[in-house]
Each structure stands twice: as C-alpha cells, then as structure tokens.
Write a protein that binds this ligand. Sequence first.
Ligand SMILES: [Cu+2]
Length: 167
Amino acid sequence: MAFSKIFFTTAVVAVSVIHSSLATEFLVGDKSGWTLDFDYQGWAAGKEFRVGDQLVFKYASGVHNVLRVNGTEFQQCEAADNTVPLTTGNDVITLATPGRKWYICGVARHCAARSMKLNITVLAQGDSPASAPTPSSPTPAAARGNAASSFYGWIVVMVSFVGMVLV
Ligand SMILES: [Cu+2]
C-alpha cells in the first residue's frame, strides 16, 4: 500500500510538472475579467506568455467583445472593418505564434475611454524572458533543455504508472 501511494504521488507531481511546461491558461483580468477601467497593462506586466498558452476573455456577452488588432489599430482603438469580433463572453485565444499581440474591446469607446485594451508579447517556447523585446526562434541550448525536461517527465509518468499497476 505504501508503495502505491508513493508511486501515485510521484505520478501526480510529474503530471502537474508536465502540464505546467506545456501550456498556461491566463484569465484576462483575473477575477475582474474583461471589463471597464481595468489596468490590463499592469495585469500583463511580469507575466510570461508563451506559444501554446491561452488567453480567456470573460465578460457578459453583448456588453463587450474582443477584437484582435495590429499595433496601429491598437494605438487608435480602431479595428479594420473586416475584423471579426469574438462575442461569446468566454472567448479563448490560443497564442499560436511568438511576437507582439494586441486586443481591444470594439464596443462604444471602451478601448479609447475605458482602457479595454491589452497588449502582450508572446515568447517562443524555448525563449528566456530576457529575449522578450525581439522574439526569435529558440536557441539550440534552450530547445534541448526543454525537450530534455519533458522527456524526463514522461519517463517519470511511465515508471509511476507501471509501479501503480504492479503494486
Ligand atoms: Cu467593452
């Protein structure tokens, strides 16, 4: 019994380590959600966004929306006419590519007057935060480190799983 408990604990730890190394889900604005007069730049400061992570915009559907825009549109709080808004109130955006990303609310003057605008920099999976201003492909060393740690994680899971079955 003691052995299975140890194996189980090891497996749980390994799975959570792997999960955190794979992707993070960011609830934009935390419990405030996507709303008026929130400091989204302050919210984003100090967070590391990586390729594969997700942004979740939560708001009452119909009250706000989410527009993916470019840097110029962000500055002007004006999206191009063909921009398709996200409107479900639980909009999940997967960060697919590294680089700067800009999001605004397109309702009334929520972007210009009520600070509903978010601007983040997405890092490649192997990048260190120091390389944030100029996102680039991972250095070979960083890529190796990343691959090695996930590989190690999977080994731990497999060993633990075998342990659970045997005990
Ligand atoms: Cu809004």
